[in-house]
Design a protein around this ligand. Structure first.
Ligand SMILES: [Fe+2]
Ligand SMILES: [Fe+2]
Length: 144
């Protein structure tokens, strides 16, 4: 007897993976901040590109979880992911063509806001929906 893909234990595992991704995104942002003082152009650019690349993969994962959980705000949330990626790609392009090291702290501040605003709004709503669907199963399966 197998549980369906949207069974509470599977949604709990999916939520854990999403939360691991969020922690990793925070670490990648910290790594970006650590490269600020080096004034090494390729190092800073790589740190921004790494965050963007991980975020792109994370957004696809999160969209899969939303479909799995029949999340009613899927379309709006996905549209926000698409807009965030487009904004981040613009910022990376600006970094390549226009910005110099004194501008980099503003780039890091942009990405802090870029991550946090979405986490506190759209992702917080999704987390609440998943916790509703998971019910009492979540605590036994949460990975910390
Ligand atoms: Fe999201
Ligand atoms: Fe997310």
């Amino acid at each position: 007897m197998f549980a369906g893909p949207d069974a509470p234990e599977n949604l709990a595992a999916a939520l854990s993976l999403v939360q691991q991704d969020h922690r990793r995104l925070g670490e990648l942002w910290q790594a970006m901040v650590l490269t600020l003082e080096t004034e090494d152009v390729s190092l800073f650019r790589d740190s921004v590109a790494a965050l963007l690349s991980y975020a792109r993969a994370h957004f696809r994962n999160e969209e899969w979880v939303m479909r799995l959980a029949d999340y009613p705000a899927y379309a709006d949330h996905k549209a926000e992911h698409d807009r965030l990626l487009s904004d981040a790609e613009d910022m990376l392009h600006n970094l390549d063509v226009a910005f110099v090291p004194p501008d980099w702290p503003a780039v890091a501040a942009f990405f802090r806001h870029w991550l946090n605003k979405h986490a506190r709004t759209a992702d917080a709503d999704l987390r609440a929906h998943l916790r509703d669907r998971i019910g009492g199963e979540e605590s036994s399966l949460r990975v910390s």
